[in-house]
Design a protein around this ligand. Structure first.
Ligand code: FAD
Length: 464
């Protein structure tokens, strides 16, 4: 930590501690030990954990199989609506539910909100404009629109916020905004909590015979911990909760890339006639900084071997791309500002819902009685398409809805569903539905759809 002993002494001196470094260090350590002991609630003599959790490692059996023992888990929270995954869909779901006055817990495996839009550096806000009767209409509104308006009020928050145009946001501004909006809504937040299992009721639903979700287990530094909930919203993008709960789904493979940002583009000075290099990406709200998208191969985005291999491969490729940019006369000062901390997994698990979005229905402008959102296409030159609540609802599991890129859709429609304004809209709908199910004490399947639509409209969502 310290460059040299002199620097360290100077630092201690500046704290008014003179050269009593040894005393300071030992006091500091003692305090830290006491703090750690308090957090872990260990018995001082036996060293056993006192918070209900037990060390229960797996055993390697003589036949080579690995067996996990059955243990009871500590309960970290009990909530009305548990939202797992704090990406664009999850944040909208959590905020929408909390604004209806229920207790909401938002769980996220990383240390920040925003999912691929922030950690994945995906900055281009596509798919919220459509063409209806020759006129451009913004179909994603509600909480998504509120986010864009608030970004607009922030320095370097968003650019190109114009009629019928796809804007570009800044990842750090969006991370900050989400902290503001989530805390304003009084949401219980559990970061660094990786959902690794679903918690099911001990008996199926008497009406449908389907298993009922009652919460989720998160893997934390203190071991696995349980969250009990009345309704669960799976916004992990990869359907980690519905997968663990045994929901019928399909597994897809689609372009896994890695996005990066390059900087100093405001300092390029190419001689006249120089052909601009490849890999310059697109403008971002920060002057001189551009974001560079990547397609990548279509492989299984839930397989850690695949993900590990691609992380290494993509990083090498990005470095070479930037070297190529730098080797162009006038572009020598361009540098790689960052590679996305989160690999760009586009589509993996997709739920088999009560309704499935199809291209044919989208093109025909099919109308659903349970329409809870309208989606748009990338370019804004197409008609909007309705998202029915049934596309969020698993066929064979109760008290669980999904939103975002994993909702029920044919492959082509999944490609439209996944752009993040459409994830804002389905997340908004999922949050409202889950909150109303809690308030009227019904399953997510039995929630009153006209009431969901009424509340969505009250929260300024666009339903056509
Ligand atoms: C390379 C790339 C480029 C793209 N380009 C564009 C574009 O230009 N414009 C556009 O609109 N869209 C684009 N997209 C699509 C868009 O970014 C995503 O589809 C969208 O962010 C999905 O939102 P989501 O909330 O469903 O999921 P995600 O953004 O994936 O968020 C899921 C969240 O859940 C968390 N999570 C996952 N598993 C767990 C777990 N087990 N426990 C706890 N937390 C968990 C994740 O950390 C994440 O925060 C692109 C996607 C990629 C990969």
């Amino acid at each position: 930590m310290f460059q040299s002993e002199v620097t360290r002494r100077e630092w201690l001196k500046s704290l008014g501690l003179g050269v009593g470094a040894a005393a300071f260090t030992s006091v500091g350590l003692t305090n830290r030990e006491a703090q750690a002991d308090f957090v872990h609630k260990t018995d001082k003599t036996t060293g056993k954990l006192l918070d209900g959790s037990q060390a229960a490692p797996c055993t390697l059996q003589v036949d080579g199989s690995i067996v996990r023992p059955s243990v009871s888990l500590p309960k970290i929270s009990e909530t009305d609506v548990l939202v797992v995954g704090a990406g664009p869909a999850g944040c909208c779901a959590a905020i929408a539910a909390a604004r209806l006055g229920v207790k909401v817990t938002l769980v996220e495996r990383y240390g920040h909100f925003g999912g691929l839009a922030t950690g994945g550096l995906v900055l281009h806000v596509l798919g919220h404009w459509t063409k209806q009767d020759g006129k451009s209409v913004q179909v994603v509104q509600g909480i998504g629109e509120e986010m864009m308006q608030r970004l607009e009020a922030m320095p370097y928050g968003i650019i190109n916020r114009e009629f019928a145009r796809n804007p570009t946001l800044d990842a750090e501004a969006y991370k900050y905004l989400l902290v503001e909006m989530v805390t304003e809504a009084n949401i219980e937040v559990l970061l660094h909590s990786w959902c690794c299992d679903a918690i099911m009721a001990d008996a199926p639903d008497p009406k449908t015979g389907n298993p009922i979700v009652r919460g989720a287990v998160v893997q934390t530094k203190l071991g696995p911990q349980a969250i009990i909930a009345r309704q669960v919203v799976d916004t992990t993008g990869d359907g980690d909760v519905f997968y663990a709960a045994g929901a019928i789904h399909t597994q897809r493979e689609y372009d896994i890339g890695l996005v990066s940002r390059i900087a100093n583009l405001d300092r390029v000075n190419p001689p006249a006639g120089t052909k601009p290099p490849r890999y310059l990406g697109d403008a971002s709200p920060v002057p001189g900084v551009r974001w560079v998208n990547m397609a990548g191969p279509s492989l299984d985005g839930c397989d850690v071997r695949v993900l590990s291999e691609l992380e290494l491969k993509h990083r090498k490729q990005i470095w070479k791309q930037v070297e190529e940019v730098r080797s162009t006369p006038g572009y020598e000062n361009v540098y790689l500002m960052e590679t996305a901390p989160q690999i760009g997994v586009r589509i993996t698990r997709v739920i088999e819902g009560v309704e499935t979005l199809t291209l044919e229905n989208a093109r025909a402008g099919k109308e659903y009685d349970d329409c809870v959102a309208i989606g748009g296409a990338w370019s804004g030159d197409h008609i909007g398409w309705q998202i029915p609540y049934g596309a969020l609802l698993p066929k064979n599991i109760e008290n669980l809805v999904t939103a975002g890129r994993s909702i029920s859709a044919e492959p082509f429609m999944s490609d439209l569903v996944r752009v993040y304004p459409n994830c804002w809209a389905s997340g908004h709908a999922a949050g409202v539905a889950a909150a109303l199910a809690v308030k009227s004490d019904v399953t997510a399947r039995d929630v009153d759809i006209p009431e969901v639509r009424k509340n969505l409209l009250a929260q300024k969502a666009y339903l056509g």
